[in-house]
Ligand binder design. Sequence first.
Ligand SMILES: Cc1ncc(COP(=O)(O)O)c(C=O)c1O
Length: 391
Amino acid sequence: MDTPVPVRSSIEEIAEYKPGRLVEGAGAIKLSSNENPLGPSPEVVRVIIDSLEVDRLKLSIYPRKRDEVELRAAIAGYLGASTDTDTDTDIDIDPESIVIGAGIDGVLDTIVKIFISAVNGDEAVIPVPTFSLYETLVKIAGGTPRYITRRRDADFDIPLTKLIAACNEKTRLIFIASPNNPTGNCIAESDVRALAESVAGTTMVVIDEAYVEFAGADADADASSNVNVSSTSLVNLVNEYENLLVLRTFSKAFGLAGLRIGYAVIPEWLVSVYNKVAIPFSVNNLGLKAAAAALKDKVHLRRSISVVKSGRAFLTQNLRGLFTVYPSQANFLLLDVAPKRSYEVCDALEEYGIAVRDCSSFRGAGDSLVRISVGTREQNAKVVAALKGIG
Ligand SMILES: Cc1ncc(COP(=O)(O)O)c(C=O)c1O
């Protein structure tokens, strides 16, 4: 790379992150980044406005430890009460095992810094197609990503034997998004257990549950008050395995993507290591307060999940006749538009003022996959009408 001052050679290989497209203008619909179509809880907005008006936030002061401790306790309560287990009893998440960062992205950055070193030739195993930041961060750190391909003929299931076979004594991290972006499917708990056990002592298993609140059966559009917040989260496994951690976020079900707040539940031994490496104060005063307020508004959370589950069912039913639609546990759907190419469909939708994600930039996705975030009922109806026009 020809730069006025030499930069690290590992950066040469890295592709710049491509965010979801933005379409502008009146009536434009953005379904390209898996955001919450309802936005944040009105309670969160009120808390932010109130705090600013009376200067309760004290913007001239660095974020206070007390606010972070309070948020960690609230997250532990939320996770404990909202996680299904075989015994159907609440699970015990220790607030001390929770670390908070600037989105899952920020937490991932710290995790990769902890485990991947160029000097040792460290490796990470990544089933693809998936979220591109895993590979980018590993490359920046000078590590080597190893890819295994998800089984397209089996709704992008991960071939467990191949995954385990791809690991060796240099493998430090395995990244598994569940539900996965862009394929929408989850990994089975039994597979995660088998994996964690087979790589114990050498490798951390990273489970990214950015979309897990949306996992589970589709809901009736009018059942918002009855939607169960409990999810198929694997967060309870952190209590059992020393080499497993789970990432979660406020960006999706809580509608706070713009504030950048994510967290991880990590084994006890890793907490002090994490705190040495993480950038201090990477989550700001506003984010800490907003996240705590968001956790309190269960009605908004239920409504957000309900809108996604009913919209997901509507889109699936209406698009199945036009394209291959993969089953999704997330707030988006993946379509195979072959024999059309993904860019053709995305460009055509843009003419209707609708932005969706062309997945050809995802490693291993090929050139006919399109990801559509679930929107409001009205937005979903417009997408279906437009795709019928195109399809
Ligand atoms: C699988 C996955 N993990 C993490 C993120 C980023 O989450 P955050 O906004 O918390 O950084 C995304 C965003 O799209 C994602 O798809």
